[in-house]
Ligand binder design. Structure first.
Ligand code: MSP
Length: 756
């Protein structure tokens, strides 16, 4: 349904957004997590009678994107369009039900952002000044500190910027924001994020630089086009520009704003909970009703992200297990709001336990029995207790089949219906709180119980002393009960596993689930006499081999993308993240004020802070600043014309963290069923170790034996195709396809020697 059509709809509205994703990286499971959660909420709200507007999109401006495009040899426009359509293509392939997809390069957005800027300027909240200080291009964040200061969010070394900028009077909103948080305890969820944000604001807000002049990939400041608007102001405004803010047609804005929920990942809380409400207050606009921050999806112990090279593509899971399996896993396995780990083992285990052996098995055994005993027509439940009484069969100690009858009568007469009512309410309550995991746990509990009742009562058996009538009545009752239970469970889980739920709905003979009233969760809603639809498997069991297949698909992708199987772990972007190193994430320090020197710290204190940060960074994970560099920085002042990459500066300490050594290849062989991988045994003089390298397309095994190579010796071990790889061979990545060319020496170098 288009937004235009929705306007006629008298239902209550529900406006839900995801962050708009940066187009410097292709979509991975981390992005999928947020979008899937939003899709589940959107479906849930629709099925409960709301007129939902679900918005997602891409964030396409800024220096980071400009640099990524240059690195890829493309214009920012081409590059952004390509990656944006990958995001959209993935969401479409997964059947996500977003209603609008905004790109920040669209004219509707540009117009709205310029309008917002002009409005803030008109209201006296913008002034011109000079910014001189540090900037993290990766996080698009102004950072307090001296040159060389690492970014508090990602740990990368910040760049020094000295520019004439426009500033937003953020400091004027400190008190108003704190009052607002106090008066609206549900504005930021969960509580932990709210506390962090409040502590950050209580620490003092400084005015915020909201324009840049040293590059031009952005939205020009109206009337002063050499400035482009700060990318976070540009991006946050998407939530209103998509509704027509800044255009003549305000109907959608009036109808849907303020948003009910901005769903975000926790690392962007500050932008959403401090800057965004301040911009809105300054513009005289209502604030969103709530901002809900979820935790991170971790892979191999750290946040899944391109920069760490530890990403998994949704496509891999879709190809092997399908979208519902992925959706279910993400929402069941990870407690919303907290960090949770992804692994292929856990995915397959969860799939088999809950979906194949749980829900899928209950559906197929129940419906198969209805076909067998009732010609595929939902039977009429009988009054089993009454029947038993008529037969004079009262369960008791003298009755050898008493357990059976007791189970049948008690369970069927009252228990199922009561239990269902209680658990259905619980599911609804949990889902409403976005506690997907507990809601799905409740559904799983119901499934397991119905399943064990079926097994206990065994409708395929005829117990001694039972007439055919009694047997038939009992069988009809238990199968009706199981089918009705399936109907209710299916309605509940539809927002999470929509494809499977649609299939089961058809199999129950209920037609198209998208047309059904899924609010009807009253026991007894399934009409006896309903003819079942065509039966078929819902969740076939996944074999163990599925895990290996998915792992291999990802390893092949990594090897292909880099020409070096392990290079992802050595990505320079994988600078340690102070946030990830400790359990409690600290709110980042306030933005740099103008003038820059007013940090509030003495030079000694600043130096200490930098040293402490560097020490904290050293404690976490491998750093490689040499192999896959950050996008090149642009000149700090003046128009950007050059696309020639320049490396950002790193300190000698950063470089020293990478242990590069000379090694000689002793053994080299192909890895079976992996076209790009070679298994090498390299000798460092003091030790021999195995390395798996993605260089088989460029080097034959024979050509490598006896050759001296450079390895990164202190990389954490990693498994590739079941083989442990201890280190990485250093190679240049040449040409468009990234052909690996091994690093070597013109003069002889002793094995084991360290490169410094
Ligand atoms: N463009 C900004 C957001 C602007 S919104 C006005 C941005 N983009 S991003 O591409 O970096 O995406 C960030 C969002 O992607 C996170 O907030 C989160 O929702 C999702 N995730 C990306 N990686 C993630 C994990 N590993 N785990 C969970 N979510 C993650 O920031």
């Amino acid at each position: 349904m288009s937004i235009q059509e929705k306007k006629q709809d008298p239902k209550p509205t529900f406006y839900l957004t995801t962050p708009i994703y940066y187009v410097n990286a292709r979509p991975h499971l981390g992005h999928t997590y947020t979008t899937v959660a939003a899709d589940a909420v959107a479906r849930w709200k629709r099925m409960r009678g709301f007129d939902v507007l679900f918005l997602t999109g891409t964030d396409e401006h800024g220096q980071k994107i400009e640099r990524s495009a240059a690195k890829a040899g493309k214009t920012p426009q081409e590059f952004a369009a390509e990656v944006s359509s990958e995001f959209r293509g993935l969401w479409d392939r997964m059947g996500l039900t977003y209603d609008d997809y905004i790109r920040t390069t669209e004219p509707r957005h540009k117009r709205g952002v310029q309008h917002l800027f002009s409005e803030l300027r008109k209201r006296g909240f913008i002034y011109k000044g000079t910014y001189s200080g540090q900037y993290c291009v990766w996080d698009e964040l102004y950072v307090e500190g001296s040159p060389g200061t690492p970014c508090p969010d990602c740990g990368r070394i910040t760049e020094t910027v000295s520019e004439e900028n426009y500033f937003f009077k953020l400091s004027a909103f400190e008190r108003k924001l704190l009052e607002y948080y106090e008066q609206h305890p549900d504005f930021i969820r969960p509580e932990a994020r709210r506390n962090e944000v409040m502590a950050f604001v209580q620490g003092g807000l400084r005015d915020l630089s909201i324009s840049r002049t040293s590059f031009n990939w952005g939205i020009p400041v109206p009337g002063d086009e050499k400035h482009v608007i700060y990318v976070w102001m540009d991006a946050l405004a998407n939530y209103i520009t998509a509704l027509g803010y800044g255009s003549k047609d305000c109907a959608n804005f009036n109808q849907y704003w303020p948003a009910d929920v901005h769903l975000i990942g926790k690392e962007i809380s500050r932008f959403h909970c401090v800057y965004w409400p301040a911009f809105l207050m300054a513009a005289g606009l209502p604030l969103p009703k709530s901002i809900v921050a979820h935790g991170w999806l971790l892979f191999e112990q750290s946040k899944m992200s391109k920069s760490r090279g530890n990403i998994v593509r949704a496509e891999t899971v879709l190809d092997v297990l399908g979208a519902d399996a992925l959706r279910y896993f993400l929402l069941r396995e990870v407690t919303f709001g907290q960090d949770g780990s992804f692994s292929f083992d856990a995915l397959v285990q969860r799939y088999n336990a809950d979906l194949a052996n749980g829900y899928g098995n209950l559906v197929s055994r129940t419906l198969a029995m209805i076909v067998k005993y009732f010609d595929g027509v939902v039977p009429e439940p009988a009054d089993v207790q009454g029947l038993l009484n008529n037969l004079g069969l009262t369960p008791g100690p003298d009755d050898p089949d008493g357990w059976w009858r007791a189970a049948a009568s008690e369970t069927l007469a009252d228990s199922i219906a009561n239990e269902f009512a209680i658990h259905t309410d619980k599911f609804v309550e949990f889902f409403g709180m976005l506690d997907f995991s507990r809601a799905l746990g409740t559904a799983q509990w119901l499934i397991a119980n119905i399943d064990s009742v079926l097994t206990e009562i065994a409708p395929w058996k005829q117990p001694q002393g039972f007439s055919d009538d009694a047997q038939l009545a009992t069988r009809a009752t238990i199968l009706y009960g199981a089918a009705e239970a399936i109907r209710i469970i299916t309605a509940l889980v539809y927002p999470v596993i929509p494809d499977a739920a649609a299939k089961v709905w058809q199999q129950l003979g209920l037609g198209d689930i998208t047309q059904a009233d899924l609010k009807d969760l009253q026991w007894g809603g399934l009409k006896p006499g309903t003819k079942l639809g065509e039966l078929g498997p819902v969740f076939p069991r996944a074999e163990k081999e599925a895990i290996e297949r998915m792992q291999n698909m990802e390893e092949d992708r990594v090897a292909t993308a880099t020409g070096e199987a392990q290079s992802a772990t050595a990505d320079q972007d994988a600078v340690p993240n102070s946030k990830i190193s400790g359990p409690a994430e600290q709110p980042p320090p306030p933005h740099v004020p103008e003038p820059f020197s007013a940090t509030g710290l003495s030079p000694e204190q600043e130096a200490d802070a930098v040293a402490q940060q560097a020490a904290a960074n050293r404690q976490v994970g491998p750093v490689s600043a040499v192999f896959d560099p950050l996008p090149p920085p642009q000149p700090l002042v003046g128009p950007v014309t050059s696309a020639v990459p320049r490396e950002p500066k790193i300190s000698i300490e950063d470089f020293a963290k990478v242990e590069l050594r000379v090694a000689i290849v002793r053994v080299a062989e192909r890895v079976p069923k992996a076209d790009r991988l070679l298994r090498l045994e390299v000798d460092l003089g003091y030790e021999q170790r195995q390395i798996v390298a993605g260089i088989a397309e460029a080097y034959t095994p024979e050509s490598l034996i006896g050759r001296k190579v450079v390895i990164v010796a202190n990389l954490a071990p990693r498994k590739l195709r079941g083989l442990e790889s201890n280190g990485m061979i250093v190679a240049a990545s040449v040409g468009e396809k990234g052909k690996p060319v091994l690093a070597g020496f013109l003069e002889d170098a002793e094995i084991g020697a360290r490169l410094k």
